[in-house]
Design a protein around this ligand. Sequence first.
Ligand SMILES: NC(=O)c1ccc[n+]([C@@H]2O[C@H](COP(=O)([O-])OP(=O)(O)OC[C@H]3O[C@@H](n4cnc5c(N)ncnc54)[C@H](OP(=O)(O)O)[C@@H]3O)[C@@H](O)[C@H]2O)c1
Length: 277
Amino acid sequence: MNLHDLTQLYDFTGKTVVITGGAGVLGGEMACALVGCNANVAILDRDPKLAERFIHRIPTSVGRASVIYTDVLNIDTLKQTADTVLNEFGKVDCLINAAGGNKPQATTSNENSFFDLPKDALQFVFDLNIVGTILPSQVFGKLMAQQKEGVILNISSMNSFRPLTRIPAYSAAKAGVSNFTQWLAVHMAQEYSPRIRVNAIAPGFFLTDQNRFLLTQTESGELTERGKSIIAHTPMARFGTPEDLLGAVLWLLSPASAFVSGVVVPIDGGFSAYSGV
Ligand SMILES: NC(=O)c1ccc[n+]([C@@H]2O[C@H](COP(=O)([O-])OP(=O)(O)OC[C@H]3O[C@@H](n4cnc5c(N)ncnc54)[C@H](OP(=O)(O)O)[C@@H]3O)[C@@H](O)[C@H]2O)c1
């Protein structure tokens, strides 16, 4: 294989990639990169206006981006969205399940003990991360089963390997996302086609709206004790940036990873490898 053949693997011309939570910080970065690699990208989010913060960065190239309202917890909306994507782009080659997150009410603190975490907050986090990954995989995975080809990429987390303190529902839900990734990889290959692959990435710590309240002081912006501890346990000694995810995302979506399925790739600056000693 020469450099030309190798780079061709990352040419997504004619491919359609659907990204749930695609207007978010990490999903939006992936959308920009994929259009840059000539993909057609359907950006699905419950607040399509969020896409305004990065849509101007989407390169003018062969690929196109389309922003579509979707609620990943509503199967009827997802089916309507799938029809819209098919009308616009003709097929779906890849799905990235990037909608997910935690919420403060499901996080323990001095004011909010584990024993008092409200059921609706716990349920919200489980539903968003687990059910919100499974339902889009049903709707878009069915299209892949019909065409006997496709790639699904889930977004797990560091806390799927070992739980992090304070966020019990999010940790358990992301462990579920990693488990579901393996389950679906086997199921799709055995029941529908060995050319359908399912993988996940497990990002380390990226400073975004959903975790800013845990990692930095609201007033000063300085690191919290938790933020400092994370940096101390990250051999690369920094938080990740959304761009840090792109190499693994493009690899897992492309034919460069044609024999890779059912894996969860940590992208964490070495956090998961470090014992702390
Ligand atoms: N940031 C990190 O350090 C980190 C680390 C590991 C894993 N992750 C995971 O990476 C993924 C992306 O995270 P992010 O940091 O990019 O978060 P983000 O900026 O909050 O992006 C998530 C997007 O999903 C949308 N969303 C929420 N509920 C939805 C629903 N029911 N239907 C459709 N869209 C919905 C959100 O919209 P709203 O803003 O309206 O809620 C948001 O635009 C998540 O699964 C997260 O758990 C993040």
